[in-house]
Design a protein around this ligand. Structure first.
Ligand code: IPE
Ligand code: IPE
Ligand code: MG
Length: 251
């Protein structure tokens, strides 16, 4: 019973804003972009930890729609790193049964990178383990806007009526329909903001902030966040008594 209840409390979907690479490098007297390769190492660690813990979905915020505003040199380096990391890691991900999916407006990426992403997604699409979603050139506002546009197109073509545009219809047109919404959101690097990450999908997500810089993130950090999560009472608008009563009825 004990282990069952712990299992039941494991988040089905963890979403992470991987922040603090630049400061991590600067603390070491390095240029800020030197933090990004160190961040990739931390990605490998968190993916392995999620696989080992049996977490079904992990979404990582790698590059926001606003990050294009960074110095060109840093943007180029991040694109290059994305390309190299995909090439280097994809076999290992595949061996671990990880299914990779990139969410965001990929049309802005160099053609070679777009091709690499497609190949990686194709190679891993039938895998049955962790679903790893990498948010790249992603923005919550972009996501909701493209959903609104596609709904408008379907109304214009007569497939849908305005009255059919309900919450379920909006959800189905977002970047990852059918995937459970994040249970746990983690942001490293000390900032306490969402920075245009999953705006719609995080309506009832539990938020966890840590000062640790992303390259220092490790399995212990993930476990601490999950432990914190398991101790929270998720009420979804109901009262604490109702939620407890429901648990008692169910068990
Ligand atoms: C997050 O680390 C990585 C990306 C946004 C690509 P930052 O590069 O934002 O690191 P800080 O916040 O400047 O330390
Ligand atoms: C958020 O981090 C985006 C990613 C981690 C990819 P930023 O460093 O861009 O966020 P702000 O600018 O501090 O809000
Ligand atoms: Mg940052």
């Amino acid at each position: 019973m004990e282990s069952d209840s712990v299992d039941m409390q494991l988040p089905r979907h963890v979403a992470i804003i991987m922040d603090g690479n630049g400061r991590w490098a600067q603390k070491r007297g390095l240029p800020r972009y030197a933090g990004h390769p160190a961040g990739v190492e931390a990605v490998r660690g968190v993916v392995e930890a999620c696989v080992a813990m049996g977490i079904p979905v992990l979404t990582l915020f790698a590059f926001s729609s606003e990050n294009w505003q960074r110095p060109q040199k840093e943007v180029n380096l991040i694109m290059d790193l994305f390309m190299r990391s995909l090439k280097k890691e994809i076999r290992r991900l595949d061996r671990n049964q990880v299914r990779l999916r990139v969410i965001g407006d990929r049309s802005a990426f160099p053609a070679k990178l777009q091709k690499q992403i497609e190949e990686a997604e194709r190679l891993t699409q039938t895998n049955t383990g962790l679903l790893l979603q990498v948010a790249a050139n992603y923005g919550g506002r972009w996501d909701m806007t493209q959903a609104a546009r596609r709904l408008a197109e379907r109304i214009q073509s007569g497939e849908l009526t305005p009255a059919q545009v309900d919450e379920a219809a909006v959800s189905q047109h977002l970047a990852f329909p059918g995937v459970p919404e994040p249970d746990l959101f983690i942001r490293t690097g000390g900032e306490k903001r969402i920075s245009n990450f999953l705006l719609w999908q995080c309506a009832y997500t539990e938020l966890y902030f840590t000062d640790q810089l992303w390259p220092d993130f490790n399995r212990q950090t993930l476990e601490a966040a999950i432990l914190d999560f398991t101790r929270r009472q998720r009420r979804f608008g109901r009262t604490g008594e109702q939620v407890q009563g429901k648990t008692a009825e169910a068990s």
